[in-house]
Design a protein around this ligand. Structure first.
Ligand SMILES: *Cc1c(COP(=O)(O)O)cnc(C)c1O
Length: 366
């Protein structure tokens, strides 16, 4: 095939590695009993209100969805005391990230981000011919001083993954204030808050809606995939200024959020109890893991997400393979060049117990 057939930027993009699907592992290893703790999904399943809404709507799928998803955007806006014109919805937060890169990045524009963070920031920017500027974490956190030093005339975007994936920890309100104060107004700051409901339990977690109120070039990204438990229907959204929302609307697919997804998201949005139960279970699962890691003297990062990043003192490729053979799927840290670390999602009490028992059988030093 001719070398020049594809867009030049594709040559430098490494395909995203998603969590291994359960069905694939079942086939490959001939085991039936599998726990997937690899993609930070909701262990309690979807909100029943989302399921009900889909059942009702399914009879209408011969009709195109509302391309502007106006009702959903209104419902989201109401939750945050905004107008629907401040809300952009996408086929997952993933698509929102693509839309951001498409709306802002010209060839050679720069975007500043952490070196160990969600991979789609870098790839979406590269795709548009932009240059991701990646700064190593400092004491496991975004290095905001470094971010500020890297600002140039070409800087368009700054990505703050808060809590950060895969490390799970938060940047505090004070740290966010420091960043915002030192970034010129024309640079767009993207706060990826995919794990917002888990994180806000921590009183130091910032309310970035306050930043948005004062600073137009701000985008807050949220998703229905994590705490809301509807990862499979794909809905994510951005809260931003009307001007940015309008421009992002120009690059979106016309019917980018399908009919079932729109109603499922509205159902999930109204189900506060499901969210509370999920967050409560989450911190039980985290406590069980931390307890074990402490006992075993394993280094881990304090998480305010629904996953924990832990140094298991062994090559994560091996731990990943061995856990998989025992029916547990996790995410190996080598994918982020953290060879001895693994990222494991929180689960039900039973799933967490099973994970810890299987992990113990692999790493115990006797
Ligand atoms: C899961 C996740 C998203 C969005 O996921 P979607 O399923 O595409 O909505 C965005 N950012 C981070 C950091 C995530 O972990």
């Amino acid at each position: 095939m001719s070398k020049n057939l594809f867009r030049n930027e594709l040559a430098s993009i490494i395909p995203y590695v998603a969590g291994k699907p359960i069905e694939e592992v079942k086939k490959e290893f001939g085991i039936d009993d599998i726990e997937k703790l690899a993609s930070n999904e909701n262990p309690l399943g979807p909100s029943l209100k989302a399921i009900e809404a889909i059942k009702k709507e399914v009879e209408n799928i011969h009709i195109y969805p509302d391309s502007s998803a106006k009702r959903l955007r209104q419902e989201i806006a109401k939750t945050y005391d905004l107008s629907y014109e401040n809300v952009v919805v996408g086929n997952g937060g993933e698509q929102i990230l693509q839309m951001i890169a498409q709306a802002f990045i010209n060839t050679g524009d720069e975007a500043i981000m952490a070196a160990t963070t969600f991979g789609l920031y870098g790839s979406s920017v590269s795709h548009m011919g932009g240059v991701p500027i990646k700064l190593p974490l400092k004491a496991y956190k975004h290095d905001f001083e470094g971010f500020i030093q890297k600002l140039t005339d070409k800087t368009k975007l700054i990505y703050v993954c808060n809590p950060n994936n895969p490390t799970g920890n938060i940047m505090t309100g004070d740290e966010i204030d420091y960043l915002v104060k030192n970034v010129p107004d024309h640079v767009v700051i993207v706060f990826d808050e995919a794990y917002y409901h888990y994180a806000k339990v921590n009183k130091d977690y910032p309310e970035t809606l306050e930043v948005l109120k004062k600073r137009e070039n701000t985008i807050i990204l949220r998703t229905f995939s994590k705490v809301a438990g509807i990862a499979g229907t794909r809905v994510g959204f951005a809260l931003t200024s009307k001007e940015i929302a309008l421009e992002m609307g120009k690059v979106k697919g016309v019917f980018n959020v399908n009919k079932l997804a729109q109603v499922a998201a509205m159902g999930a949005l109204s189900d506060k109890e499901h969210i509370e139960n999920t967050v409560e279970l989450n911190y039980k699962s985290i406590a069980m893991m931390e307890n074990y890691f402490d006992k075993m003297n394993l280094e881990y990062i304090k998480s305010n997400s629904n996953f924990v990043f832990v140094n298991v003192g062994m090559d994560s490729r091996i731990v990943f393979e061995r856990l998989m053979k025992k029916g547990i799927i996790i995410r190996p840290g080598y994918q982020w060049k953290w060879d001895n670390w693994i990222r494991v999602s929180t689960g039900t009490i039973e799933q967490t117990e099973k994970f810890l028992a299987k992990l113990h059988s692999i790493i115990k030093k006797d």
